[in-house]
Design a binder for this molecule. Structure first.
Ligand code: PEP
Ligand code: MN
Length: 364
């Protein structure tokens, strides 16, 4: 094709524009270099990245100094966009400086509990009743689960209930029952701590301490858990963004406890068919952004058990390091969450189904 023969003037103007483009690019790079440094200083001082007062001051200065020919409102629009992008970049910078951030080529964090590797090659299963109710209940359920290859026993002794009139848990009595049963069947225990006053009590009996969804934003509790030397599993808050979830883990990490597991358990949306909406996308995002093991709670995500198989499959396919689900030897008699707890036959069915696709890690 024949090259177009543009008039000399257009060629010159274009060449001039290319030079200006390069100058703008250089200036923008200077701008972002400085704004990223401001972001770092602000992070150290604990200040917010976006400062509306400073922004309007800068826009006023620009307005006063603009000699045209670009009209002021257009100039303002462009600068506003640059400021917005710089705040976004500051946020990216902050995230990249987090201690729980995955470094390039970093290995996954593997947490070892009672001979079980969480975050290792094979996924794991954690199961047990919503709450410890009495010795027979936890004994029969744990025995059945162990026979099905489950090595981590869950059970709440401190229960975060919506109604103060609902069963609140057996507290230390429940923890003792869990310990006795877990020792008999060589299982590890995961149990929830509700507040700072009970951290050492729960840590005395449990092998993994659970922070429930309602407490993901409880920074005093997270700080306290940073001081202990037992793995902590943090559940995603009901209304928490993925970034807020990661920051909750950062609290525990900088407190000195690096053994952190993240648990996706669904978030609140307008959907009513499930108890929460399981955010499958958080699994690969959290895996990319942190080296921490990710467990998916398929019981509290759903609040129902008829669709548990495909959802469990999806969670593991998305990269989860394991699943948590609730199981009770007699769900109809359960004191909490009876509609979502699997009986032992249902657990067997679920495991048989999953075994066709996945190999789980077991102790013996
Ligand atoms: C639980 O796992 O016992 C529980 C109460 O779940 P969540 O905190 O996710 O609601
Ligand atoms: Mn429950």
């Amino acid at each position: 094709m024949k090259a177009k023969n543009y008039p000399k003037q257009l060629k010159e103007l274009r060449a001039e524009m290319t030079k200006v483009n390069e100058a703008i690019m250089g200036n923008l790079n200077d701008f972002f270099r400085i704004s990223n440094q401001i972001g770092e200083v602000k992070d150290k001082m604990g200040l917010a990245h976006f400062d509306p007062v400073r922004e309007s001051q800068m826009l006023k200065e620009i307005h006063q100094k603009n000699k045209g020919p670009m009209p002021n409102d257009l100039m303002k629009r462009i600068f506003k966009e640059i400021f917005r992008a710089s705040v976004e970049e500051m946020d990216v910078g902050t995230r990249s400086r987090l201690k729980v951030k995955r470094l390039p080529n970093a290995k996954d964090l593997v947490i070892r509990v009672n001979g079980i590797e969480i975050g290792g090659e094979k996924p794991i299963l954690m199961a047990g009743p919503c709450a410890v109710e009495d010795f027979d209940q936890i004994y029969i359920t744990a025995k059945g689960l162990k026979e099905l290859g489950i090595d981590i026993l869950r059970g709440g002794a401190f229960k975060p209930r919506t109604s103060p009139y609902s069963f609140q848990g057996l507290e230390e009595k429940g923890l003792k029952m869990l310990r006795t049963v877990a020792d008999e069947f060589n299982m590890a225990i995961i149990s929830e701590v509700l507040d700072t006053r009970n951290v050492s009590l729960v840590a005395k009996y449990a092998d993994i301490i659970q922070v429930g969804a309602r407490n993901m934003f409880n920074y005093s509790l997270l700080k306290e858990l940073g001081k202990i030397r037992k793995p902590v599993m943090i559940k995603r808050g009901l209304m928490a963004t993925i970034d807020e979830f990661i920051l909750a883990a950062e609290y525990v990490y900088i407190g000195g406890n690096h053994e952190i597991i993240l648990c996706e358990r669904g978030i609140r949306t307008f959907e009513t068919q499930t108890r929460n909406t399981l955010d499958i996308t958080s699994i690969p995002i959290l895996k990319n952004e942190t080296p921490l093991p990710i467990i998916v709670d398929i019981s509290h995500s759903l609040g129902r058990k008829d669709i548990i198989k495909p959802v469990a499959h999806a969670a593991l396919t998305a990269g989860a390091d394991g699943l948590m689900f609730e199981s009770h030897h007699n769900p109809l008699a359960a004191l909490s969450d009876s509609e979502q707890q699997l009986d032992l036959g249902e657990v067997q069915e679920l495991i048989e189904y999953l075994n066709e696709y996945f190999q789980f890690s077991t102790v013996n």
